[in-house]
Design a protein around this ligand. Structure first.
Ligand SMILES: Nc1ncnc2c1ncn2[C@@H]1O[C@H](COP(=O)(O)OP(=O)(O)OP(=O)(O)O)[C@@H](O)[C@H]1O
Ligand SMILES: [Mg+2]
Length: 363
């Protein structure tokens, strides 16, 4: 499956724009603030139903306009598929898959698989645990049916519980209902995340070994703040009961996958804390490259890769290494400039120039 075309209407700084893509590499060159990231955001939006940025839907509408519309056409052996998203400034949002309205954005998730590499992704090793959880969540939403549902349910209940914990008079029966729900979704979330990290651990070790010329042995481990001995819903529930007093005192829920993390070690060194910047970035690349493999394995599809400004974050050697390790996936690469020696290494593709929300094809 590859993305053949995108049509943007009043989306971010685009007024009306249609772009046809190459099946292979697509390179977007433009100065700062021209619309490079916005274009990738449009592509991402039509695959996930929401932006990779933490924004409200209506912020995606071009300033001063009433609505925006993004349409993509993708193609596989069976033919063409279309996805359309329309957002209005009263907050209403409509999604269509092949012309038919769908209720949940999650119905889009089985259509096209996307992995995004942004400067932010290169910081996942050194950043706070929340970023690493986001990394896991994004991938699991694509490969595990039901994961997004559990995650949304968990977050919804957690939010209610946390609000309630701040009240003066607490009815423990009320808490009990939520605790049961948290335990049910939470256990499933932890189980899937653990399996995922185990798989990434296996795959990334080889990749990382290659990238570092055999110098570093990477090891990942899921770190749950719900003890490893707690494997069942009942165990999780017991923990919530045991920590209930603390939770009431603190006015928040202390235990659960919303506080989890995973460790990234090179040999015996915890790269999150002690890795050099280069080591942290290289490990982040290994993780991202492993994601590609997992999707290919699980879904039998090559994911589409969005590389937003990452080349400029890497030194020349790492740029070439990254490009060499990306396969025949469809790729969207944005950059302010392309270095000759790197361009030579890129598989054949299409070049575009972006100026003030206008995309022009270059030869
Ligand atoms: N809703 C919106 N309506 C109109 N313009 C917007 C909207 N949201 C963002 N923009 C503008 O779009 C412009 C391009 O943003 P974008 O992030 O795509 O730039 P870029 O080409 O990726 O730049 P950089 O190289 O700095 O990353 C920005 O100047 C931004 O202010
Ligand atoms: Mg950008």
């Amino acid at each position: 499956m590859y993305i053949k075309e995108i049509e943007l209407n009043n989306f971010r700084n685009y007024k009306e724009q249609k772009v046809s893509f190459s099946k292979g590499v697509n390179i977007f060159i433009g100065k700062n603030a021209q619309g490079k990231t916005n274009l990738l955001e449009g592509i991402y939006l039509n695959a996930f139903g929401k932006s990779f940025k933490n924004v409200k839907d209506k912020e995606l509408i071009r300033f001063g306009e009433e609505y925006c519309k993004i349409k993509t056409i993708s193609e596989n052996e069976e033919g063409e598929n279309t996805t359309e998203i329309a957002i209005r400034n009263d907050g209403r949002k409509g999604i269509k898959k092949d012309g038919v309205k769908i209720k949940r954005a999650s119905e889009l998730l089985d259509r096209i698989y996307i992995i995004i590499f942004s400067p932010e992704d290169l910081r996942i090793v050194k950043d706070e645990p929340e970023k690493r959880r986001k990394f896991i969540n994004r991938e699991l939403c694509q490969i595990r049916a039901g994961y997004l549902y559990d995650l949304n349910e968990y977050n919804r209940v957690l939010k209610q519980r946390n609000v309630y914990l701040k009240e003066k008079n607490i009815d423990e029966d009320m808490l009990d209902i939520w605790d049961r729900q948290l335990a049910a979704c939470g256990t499933r979330i932890i189980r899937k995340r653990k399996q995922f990290i185990e798989r990434i651990d296996e795959i990334s070790r080889n990749i990382h070994y290659g990238i570092t010329d055999g110098k570093e042995r990477l090891a990942l481990k899921y770190e749950s703040n719900v003890p490893a001995s707690a494997n069942t819903e009942e165990d999780f529930y017991e923990i919530l009961i045991a920590t209930r007093e603390d939770d009431i005192r603190n006015g928040t829920t202390g235990r659960g996958p919303h506080r989890d993390d995973f460790s990234i070690n090179a040999d015996a060194i915890d790269l999150r804390r002690f890795g050099s910047q280069g080591q942290q970035r290289t490990a982040a690349l290994s993780l991202k490259l492993s994601e590609i493999k997992i999707i290919e394995e699980e879904k039998g599809e090559k994911p589409v890769l969005l590389l937003d400004d990452v080349l400029s974050e890497l030194d020349n050697d790492r740029q070439v290494m990254l490009i060499n390790s990306l396969g025949e996936n469809q790729m969207f690469i944005t950059t302010t400039e392309i270095i000759e020696s790197v361009a030579e290494k890129l598989p054949k593709g299409k070049y575009f120039k972006i100026v003030e929300g206008q995309v022009a094809t270059e030869i």
